[in-house]
Design a binder for this molecule. Structure first.
Ligand code: URA
Length: 291
């Protein structure tokens, strides 16, 4: 075997490994280290577009770029940071103008602030009943949701439907959306920057639906609405008040159904959380659907 054949075999094995790990799309011809801290953005170009949530992020505290070698000088990170910040500002402006769900969907259709939009098949906006008293917020669309255009239609969606049915709920009595509305490539977790950019839309979404109770499945929804550092393993089952414009909305974080599929032993805790949610709905006068 000559050198180029063995290099080819090694490249092929690396690719097979990545496909097994969930990679299903190539977004560039050159590798990029996305974990590398970006250089500090140029303060002159970003000052006016500095939304509060990103001001505290680790990115904003990245060390200042010093004399960089020529190859680094052309790296796009400063622009990328500017555009992430700009995305959050644009999202805020767009979301504030949406008077109803149709307008919100249209605004999202026109929002080009996130790269995941370009790799996703379509926007996955919501499912269920917009007049429902219960609003459920997941993480982000997966492969099936991206293909079909509705949230929670894959394996975790089937488990979710069974979980809801167990407490007298279904897609007629619940409105379902996600924290991030485009599928991140390879079903990876949305990044904090993506969650931050989508947050104004999510906040407006909640305002427009005005539910009596929120069910937050997984850490992304919890982080987005309350605290970026909150851990679902610690916070699940603990009721919080989401400070909506129209008054606080009780919100319960619980494990994501996809996590429960991987960790079935945790279903016991999820069941306790579902019962707690049912009890609160009863107190709020939200009746279970009749079978
Ligand atoms: N996981 C989510 O969080 N949302 C979906 O829509 C599907 C899977």
């Amino acid at each position: 075997m000559n050198n180029s054949t063995s290099q080819f075999d090694a490249d092929l094995a690396a690719l097979a490994f990545l496909v097994d790990a969930g990679l299903d799309i190539a977004i560039g011809s050159e590798p990029t280290d996305h974990l590398k801290p970006p250089a500090e953005p140029d303060p002159v170009t970003t000052e006016s577009a500095d939304p509060a949530p990103l001001r505290q992020s680790a990115r904003a505290q990245a060390p200042k770029a010093t004399a960089a070698p020529a190859r680094q000088a052309v790296r796009a990170e400063p622009d990328a940071v500017v555009s992430e910040r700009q995305a959050a500002v644009t999202a805020q402006q767009l979301a504030a103008q949406c008077a109803d769900l149709a307008a919100l969907r249209q605004a999202l259709d026109g929002f080009r602030g996130l790269a995941i939009r370009e790799t996703a098949t379509q926007l996955v906006f919501a499912d269920g009943n917009p007049d429902a008293d219960v609003m459920l917020i997941g993480e982000a669309p997966g492969r099936d949701e991206d293909r079909i255009g509705r949230p929670f239609v894959g394996e975790s969606g089937k488990l979710l439907d069974r979980m809801l049915a167990a407490i007298g709920l279904d897609r007629q009595s619940v409105y379902i959306t996600n924290t991030v509305l485009w599928r991140p490539p390879g079903n990876r977790k949305p990044t904090p920057a993506e969650v931050t950019a989508m947050l104004p839309f999510l906040v407006r979404h909640i305002e427009l639906v005005a539910p009596k109770a929120l069910l937050l499945t997984g850490g992304s929804a919890l982080s987005a609405l309350f605290d970026f550092d909150a851990r679902i393993t610690r916070e699940r089952g603990r009721w919080r008040d989401y400070p909506a414009k129209g008054g606080p909305i009780p919100a319960l974080p619980m494990f994501h159904p996809a996590y429960l599929l991987r960790q079935p032993a945790l279903k016991r805790q999820a069941w306790a959380d579902l019962l707690s949610f049912r009890t609160r709905l009863d107190e709020l006068g939200v009746a279970p659907r009749q079978a």
